[in-house]
Write a protein that binds this ligand. Structure first.
Ligand code: 4LM
Length: 399
């Protein structure tokens, strides 16, 4: 491993860290170990690896050298001790929760979560005797009041999908750890990536990702990851991944994410720059009721986002005057911009959370969890910002 790049800047480490080409015949890019299993030199060596007494690969459900390069690099970028890459964001989230919880435990989660995360907590974990309280994690006293002796996890996204509320990660982590060091603060960092925000440096215990999004960055894979301290990540690998979910990442996918990481900082800068311009423009349009974007000075989260994130990111949500019907009309008018869920791709994507990503909530739950029926979400892509704006403009003009 060539880890000299450790002291280098983020973009340099995103390209070099965790791989030494001299270990692989000089291959500039890390080889893809497309193998399910690994041959042992002897029965004794195999036994030692299984017993954890010797280093070395065993079977790709437990790890694979291509995956290891990605994990080493991602852990470094998030400033964690270790990372575990998995088959999807939901694979990473579920493996993490299954490992850390047992029946009778309690989770405090923010009131607005990606739809399948909400469904996992509400319909999955609750079925197995885990209690979940949803609170507004922007309200520190609400978080404090929700903690009990049974609480083991405090979980939130920041910024939140889809409403873009921003949580004070340092303040929440401090409050929770003052209450008990047995509670893990877990932050879903999908919207920011470590290029814009590093929750572990702010006091969080674990970070989870849908690597499907900005980390991969090209809309061509599904993957996830968890990053944190070595001991917990090893437990998640050996319990949540190996025995409970089996949500293993393929070597090819791990390779594609490594490729995505090389341009992560560049892409996040461009996504943020274009999204800020688009959000400012949207806020001036007479057809628009409200724009949610933490980079707008008018946002209630502007100051916190300035402190906690290096840039405001590429995601925008907004409501049109006329609500749901106008929102649908607007979306159907789009020409270049794709009507699609997911985010963080080169292509600008537009979706309707109430009927798509957050349709796992009932209409009553959506209302209680702050997801309005008329909300439209845009993942601002890497096209020229003038072309993105032109498409939005023509779609608005015929509403
Ligand atoms: C979407 N999101 O919003 P996988 N955490 C966050 C997410 O946004 C997602 C996941 C986890 C969307 C998918 C259709 C904050 C997903 C789950 O899809 O399992 O990699 O990640 O459009």
């Amino acid at each position: 491993m060539n880890n000299d790049a450790q002291k280098a800047a983020f973009s340099t480490r995103a390209i070099h860290y965790g791989y030494d080409s001299s270990s692989a015949n000089g291959s500039l890019t890390p080889p893809i170990y497309m193998t399910s299993t690994f041959a042992f030199d002897s029965v004794e060596q195999g036994g030692e690896r299984f017993a954890g007494e010797a280093e070395g690969p065993i079977y790709s459900r437990l790890g694979n050298p291509t995956q290891s390069v990605l994990e080493t690099r991602l852990a470094d970028l998030e400033e964690g001790e270790a990372a575990l890459a998995m088959a999807s964001g939901m694979g990473a989230i579920s493996a993490t929760f299954w490992t850390l919880l047992k029946a009778g435990d309690h989770v405090v989660a923010d009131k607005t979560l990606y739809g399948c995360t909400f469904a996992f907590l509400e319909h999955g974990l609750k079925k197995f005797g885990v209690d979940v309280s949803y609170v507004d994690c922007c309200d520190l006293s609400a978080v404090k009041n929700a903690l009990t002796d049974q609480t083991r996890i405090v979980y939130f996204e920041s910024p939140v999908n889809p409403t873009l509320r921003v949580m004070d990660i340092a303040a929440i982590s401090q409050l929770v750890h003052n209450y008990s060091n047995d509670i893990k603060v877990i932050v879903d960092n999908t919207y920011c990536t470590p290029a814009l925000q590093r929750p572990l440096t702010l006091g969080a215990d674990l970070v989870v990702h849908s690597a499907t999004k900005y980390l991969g960055g090209h809309g061509d894979l599904i993957a996830g990851a968890v990053v944190g301290d070595e001991e917990t990540v090893t437990r998640i690998r050996l319990e949540g991944l190996k025995d409970m979910t089996g949500a293993v990442i393929s070597p090819m996918t791990a390779f594609l994410i490594q490729r995505g990481l090389k341009t992560l900082e560049l892409r996040m800068e461009r996504h943020s720059q274009s999204a800020l311009a688009i959000a400012r423009w949207l806020a001036e349009q007479p057809e628009i009721e409200q724009v949610y974007y933490p980079g707008l000075e008018s946002s209630p989260f502007y100051q916190l986002a300035q402190q906690q994130m290096t840039l405001p990111g590429g995601m925008i949500a907004f409501e049109l005057k006329g609500g749901l019907e106008k929102g649908k009309q607007f979306m159907n008018n789009l020409k270049m911009i794709k009507r699609a869920v997911s985010l963080g791709d080169a292509e600008t994507l537009c979706q309707h959370p109430a009927s798509m990503t957050h349709s796992t909530y009932t209409p009553e739950e959506r209302m209680a969890h702050d997801i309005s029926e008329g909300l439209v979400r845009i993942s601002v892509g890497l096209e020229d910002v003038k072309d993105i704006q032109a498409d939005l403009s023509q779609a608005l003009s015929v509403c």
